[in-house]
Design a protein around this ligand. Structure first.
Ligand SMILES: Cc1cc2nc3c(=O)[nH]c(=O)nc-3n(C[C@H](O)[C@H](O)[C@H](O)COP(=O)(O)OP(=O)(O)OC[C@H]3O[C@@H](n4cnc5c(N)ncnc54)[C@H](O)[C@@H]3O)c2cc1C
Length: 386
């Protein structure tokens, strides 16, 4: 029978990062099990690739403070490109309340060591994006070390290097059962046969609750559709602009190739595994786009190039990371609520630390992300969700 020190369920960016960090820590007998024929068919291949430390809570900021420098040094460390572009995130506020919110967040960010984030006045915002309609803009915040990465390339880099260091990737293989007894995990059943292991990491993205259910755990991770619209080539706005977030509507965009990538999180979207792209979404987003950047009324969009993927929502919009106390050997690395790409380096390190050492210093108190927090009613509150 196949044996492994650790089995990682899910070969997306998170499973790949956990695998690499484990092999780096000397735990080399790692098996990644991915049910699709190729990695990246889950959320990872659908992501916008944004990375930012401009969050409202300590765990999210601290996870970004590990992850963003990691992305900056990714190629040097792993010999594979991460595609990290430090073009920043620019939050544009049109209400006093937004401005105060950004100021409060920035005070926390700075107290945790994010020195580069700064508040901007309207004219500074206009100097960064001259095409922006700024008559109602009151100010904003900008962090130049925020930006974007290539999620697919990061996932491949983590996987290739993990496999060079002893990990094995099984593609086209589904985990269908997890065996355990009073002492904890014993093994997993897969479509390729059983595997004996004492450690299972649930890195199944939007499907994480299904994997947790295999050990009888009710994990509150729910899928929710998010749609993205790539535009045709457009040079009416510089391709050096940051990720720009219009706080009034939630519309945001960033450069992508010769065009732009447009996003908006529809508040009407409901829970479910629907990944059909709705063509009516294009008109709604283009209206928001042209309202904030008037020259965007000239954007051309090919609906066939637009896509939808799934966020993996947790009740408090924070990742669920750590051991499930009732099932020794079962670890969560999921529930990112749309931030799994930017937080995959920190997650890999935290989960690896917890498996190997039982503790981690990536964030001050990893227990706040524990799956046990829901039963205890100790939820966190992140409001800077896009
Ligand atoms: C439109 C969109 C935009 C986004 N933008 C951003 C962004 O700007 N920044 C950011 O940080 N994040 C963003 N995200 C979120 C990000 O993509 C996810 O948080 C991240 O990809 C999660 O990675 P993962 O490895 O946990 O999950 P996934 O990539 O979904 O991987 C999970 C894998 O588990 C496999 N699996 C499931 N069940 C089984 C089973 N039983 N057996 C074997 N394998 C199984 C699946 O096939 C899948 O490949 C976005 C997401 C979407 C949809």
């Amino acid at each position: 029978m196949q044996t492994a020190d650790a089995v990682i369920v899910g070969g997306g960016i998170v499973g790949a990062s956990v695998a690499w960090h484990l092999t780096e820590a000397g735990c080399r007998d790692v098996l990644i099990v991915e049910r699709e024929s190729h990695q990246g068919k889950g959320s990872t291949g659908k992501s916008m690739g944004g990375v930012r430390a401009q969050f409202a809570t300590k765990p999210n900021i601290q996870m970004s403070l590990y992850s963003i420098p990691f992305y900056a040094a990714f190629e040097e460390r792993l010999g594979h490109p991460s595609g990290y572009c430090d073009q920043g995130y620019l939050f544009v506020a049109t209400k006093q309340a937004h401005l105060e919110y950004l100021q409060t967040n920035q005070a926390l960010q700075k107290s945790l060591g994010l020195t580069q984030a700064r508040m901007l006045a309207r004219d500074e915002i206009v100097s960064i994006v001259p095409q922006l309609r700024a008559d109602d803009v009151q100010g904003g915040s900008f962090c130049p070390t925020d930006g974007f990465v290539d999620p697919y390339s990061v996932m491949v880099g983590f996987t290739v290097r993990a496999c060079e260091q002893g990990a094995i990737l099984w593609r086209s293989t589904e985990v269908s059962a997890i065996t355990h007894n009073g002492g904890g995990i014993i093994g997993v059943e897969t479509s390729r046969g059983p595997v004996s292991t004492r450690i299972v990491v649930d890195a199944a993205g939007p499907w994480a609750a299904e994997i947790a259910a295999l050990v009888g755990i009710d994990l509150p991770v729910e899928p929710m559709r998010r749609m993205l619209i790539p535009t045709e080539p457009f040079d009416g706005v510089s391709h050096k602009v940051p990720m720009v977030v219009d706080m009034t509507t939630g519309f945001h965009f960033r450069p992508e190739g010769l065009g732009f990538l447009l996003a908006w999180n529809d508040p009407q979207e409901t829970i479910g595994f629907n990944t059909n792209f709705d063509p009516a979404f294009i008109e709604r987003v283009l209206t928001l786009a042209a309202d904030r950047v008037p020259c965007f009324e000239n954007l051309a969009v090919n609906p066939k190039r637009a896509w939808a993927g799934l966020y993996e929502m947790s009740p408090d919009h924070h990742a669920i990371i750590g051991p499930v106390k009732e099932i020794p050997g079962f670890f969560c690395a999921n529930g990112f609520s749309g931030h799994g790409v930017m937080h995959s380096p920190a997650t890999g390190r935290m989960v690896s630390d917890l498996i190997v050492h039982g503790t981690t210093a990536v964030i001050d108190n990893v227990d706040v992300l524990s799956p046990a927090r829901f039963a205890k009613g100790e939820l966190l509150h992140e409001t800077a969700v896009l």
